[in-house]
Design a protein around this ligand. Sequence first.
Ligand code: ATP
Length: 159
Amino acid sequence: MPREASAGGIVVRDQAGVLEVAVIRPHGRSLWALPKGHVDPGETPEQTATREVWEETGLRATLVAPLGEIRYVYQFRGQRIFKRVHFFLFRYLTGVLGDIQHEGQRVEVDEARWVPLVRVSALLGYKGEKAIAARAARMLLRAGPVLAPSSKPPEESGD
Ligand code: ATP
């Protein structure tokens, strides 16, 4: 069975004490998902995740920690494909969600939205991504001040 590797991220910001996550609605799909994409030749999953977060959300973010990988099989033109997707936790830095500069990527994403971290697992459409979001939420609850406003420079607090 052909294999594919992608990488993506959970980007978290602190909005007046409420942690929020950037989610996207991939083009033509009626569900919410995390930004992700194919690992290009020569890229590490960390580099891919950082690039895909930027391309699919318009956000610049700092990688905080790995969140593990999900695996699934899907069909493309009658062929079954085995896919692994590495996910990472990111802290929001700059950018406006949905302000996508790249023409091609704008077509791949129909909508983007900030949602409270506590609701993201229930909102996401894919089981594997729900589990990743739940893991991120647990990690952030344990970590406490990792994303608190006091740990960020003032210019990072905007949209
Ligand atoms: P990428 O975003 O990695 O470049 P893509 O858009 O080419 O990928 P996928 O998002 O993997 O491809 O979608 C291919 C198929 O797999 C679609 O039918 C999609 O609904 C399904 N799919 C996507 N993510 C998941 C998942 N986490 N679990 C199960 N099926 C998924």
